[in-house]
Write a protein that binds this ligand. Structure first.
Ligand code: PPS
Length: 333
């Protein structure tokens, strides 16, 4: 076995073992294929496709298809849905803390659950075995899938709670660029075509819908919002804005707690604001999470340091055109 592969297998095995510790030994699923899958994606990163939607590694079209047919959450499940770099990690941490704040064992589990396991479209369907066997009272999932790739009717019928978080697209683009620049997957020639390391080229591929980000050819962030927008008033769905969370985190955390049916006092909300602040989360982050820009600046309006005036105007034009019929207003300052 090549040295690289051995190191990767050991790294993925360690990640799995950290989680499997929470499942009684005689019930632990065999994770050999998951470990192999994770390493293989690093060694040979590929875009995969289902129903015309394309997925970058570490996501998998096969798992997306499996999920649509088989994943059956209940009213105890919570799904945090978003387009990449719009506040997923932050919102997920708030949900985890709102629910499990007082449970040391569960907070320890939350620390080792990564998107590699809890995202609907990550890894192989074996992830679902792990997620179902973990001892949590309420399971917390994540996804960047557009709504048509999720069985929304089933989720509504089963009263699974869904939080969809959005962010102004200019800050999203800059955050996404910075993450991709450092992504080990993008070092191959094929992947670098989709996600160029140079800003202007990256911007061009993005706004022309050339990047495979859980999207069909020609689609990008506005299409993701359009796919989720019809569900915004459903009882089991809550729409949030990153900039609102920045402006008044206590108010938005209270909104999340109420939506989840968890009673939290004002004092507890204050503690949650502190525990989920950018500084606290950055300090607590695992090494891989910090290296992959999950916690970069955490600001509103950082786009001004990256986009040219022409690029900013082009984004306004494209967003206004696609979202003209819907009631979503972004905060850019
Ligand atoms: S991912 O990779 O799609 O899951 O990324 P995502 O978590 O959606 O978005 C990453 C950006 O969110 C910022 N972030 C935060 N902002 C404010 N408060 C907190 N607690 C927080 N945690 C993460 C993170 O820094 C990324 O934004 P940028 O602009 O790159 O800093």
């Amino acid at each position: 076995m090549a040295a690289d592969k051995k190191v990767l297998m050991a790294m993925f095995m360690k990640m799995q073992e950290d989680v499997l510790k929470f499942i009684p030994e005689n019930e632990r699923p065999d994770v050999t294929d998951l470990v192999g899958f994770g390493s293989q994606q690093f060694l040979n990163p590929k875009v995969t496709e289902c129903k015309g939607y394309r997925f970058p590694p570490p996501f998998s079209a096969e798992t997306v298809e499996w999920q649509y047919d088989n994943w059956t959450p209940t009213d105890k499940d919570v799904l945090v849905a978003s387009y990449p770099k719009t506040g997923t990690t932050w919102t997920t941490q708030i949900v985890k803390s709102v629910i499990y704040k007082d449970d040391e064992n569960m907070m320890a589990l939350m620390k080792v659950i990564t998107p590699n396991i809890s995202y609907l479209e990550s890894g192989t369907p074996k992830n679902y075995d792990i997620m179902l066997k973990l001892p949590w009272k309420r399971k917390i999932w994540g996804t960047h899938l557009p709504a048509p790739l999720i069985n929304m009717e089933r989720l509504k019928k089963n009263r699974c709670k869904i939080i969809y978080v959005m962010r102004n697209p200019k800050d999203q683009v800059v955050s996404w660029f910075n993450m991709n620049k450092n992504m080990p997957f993008n070092k191959t020639e094929e992947m670098a075509k989709h996600f160029p390391a140079e800003w202007n080229a990256f911007f061009e591929t993005l706004v022309n819908g050339k990047q495979p980000v859980h999207s069909k050819e020609g689609e990008w962030y506005p299409d993701h919002i359009l796919s989720w927008y019809p569900y915004r008033n459903d009882d089991n769905v809550l729409f949030l804005m990153y900039e609102e969370m920045k402006k008044d985190p206590a108010k938005e955390i209270k909104k999340i707690a109420d939506f989840l049916g968890v009673k939290r006092s004002d004092e507890e909300i204050g503690e949650l604001v502190e525990a989920t602040s950018f500084q606290s989360m950055k300090k607590e982050a695992s090494k891989p999470m910090s290296q992959m820009s999950f916690f970069r600046k955490g600001k509103v309006a950082d786009w001004k340091n990256q986009l040219t005036v022409a690029q900013s105007e082009l984004m306004d034009e494209k967003f206004n055109e696609k979202l003209s019929g819907i009631d979503i207003k972004f905060t850019y300052e």
